[in-house]
Design a protein around this ligand. Structure first.
Ligand SMILES: C[S@@+](CC[C@H](N)C(=O)[O-])C[C@H]1O[C@@H](n2cnc3c(N)ncnc32)[C@H](O)[C@@H]1O
Length: 219
């Protein structure tokens, strides 16, 4: 992503704090590029669970992807900011709503993303959310997840510390409750299609991995 693109996306946010946060996030985190690579060949609508400020949606638009995007997050401060930006862009196909994913997810058939939110879910809630999200993936579509994985690495310890700091500074509403392992994702997702798990931390110190479920296209 070029500096101009980063400036264009971040400058649309009314809050100066959010603008600065986004500039540094977009410069340092390989997340959005990786998700773009997974979704760029698809025309299916996208459901983004735990969308935050809608950065993924605006990034995908900046990269020329035009499919409908619906973002859900239980933090209204963030969905309000995202809605403001979508309205500025006159983008009716990009919508955001306040919603707690622990209460289930709406009907949808397409691609689904769950990025950096699973640390807030108990094991049972995580199992349920990831299974339901898999059911919402269309034939030929993908569920793309990023999550810190629990293991013995120093990266994992730094991941937990980072999430605790995010809560202490009120950036996140909740403290982390549980971290899944790679085996958890294999167990939950493999009955639904092909699963790949790969490191996705770039220059960051966190133990983040990209987990992709790919459903076979209809014959
Ligand atoms: C680290 S941020 C990631 C934001 C976005 N996915 C991204 O990658 O740009 C985690 C987001 O998950 C949201 N979140 C946490 N628990 C949630 C829940 N139960 N339902 C909906 N959103 C939730 C938080 O409000 C926050 O915006």
């Amino acid at each position: 992503m070029t500096k101009d693109q980063i400036d264009r996306i971040s400058s649309r946010f009314p809050s100066r704090w959010f603008r600065n946060y986004l500039r540094s996030k977009l410069k340092s985190d390989p997340l959005y590029d990786a998700v773009y690579d997974e979704l760029k060949g698809s025309n299916l609508p996208l459901l983004d669970i735990g969308c935050g400020l809608g950065v993924l949606a605006f990034y995908l638009r900046e990269q020329g992807l035009t499919f409908p995007i619906r973002g859900l997050d239980y933090d209204k401060r963030k969905t309000d900011q995202a809605t403001h930006v979508a309205q500025e862009l006159n983008d009716d196909d990009c919508t955001f709503a306040e919603h707690d994913a622990r209460e289930g997810i709406p009907e949808h058939l397409g691609n689904v993303t769950i990025l950096d939110i699973l640390q807030f879910f108990t094991p049972e809630e995580l199992d349920h959310l990831v299974t339901t999200a898999s059911d919402r993936v269309a034939p030929g579509g993908k569920l793309v997840i990023r999550s810190g994985l629990k293991d013995n690495s120093t990266r994992f310890k730094i991941t937990v510390a980072g999430d605790l700091l995010a809560k202490a500074t009120f950036w996140m509403k909740d403290a982390p409750t549980h971290y899944p392992t790679a085996e958890d994702f294999e167990r939950i997702l493999s009955p639904h299609g092909k699963v790949t798990i790969s490191p996705l931390w770039g220059p960051t110190p966190f133990n983040n991995h990209l987990i992709v479920l790919e459903k076979q296209a209809a014959p």
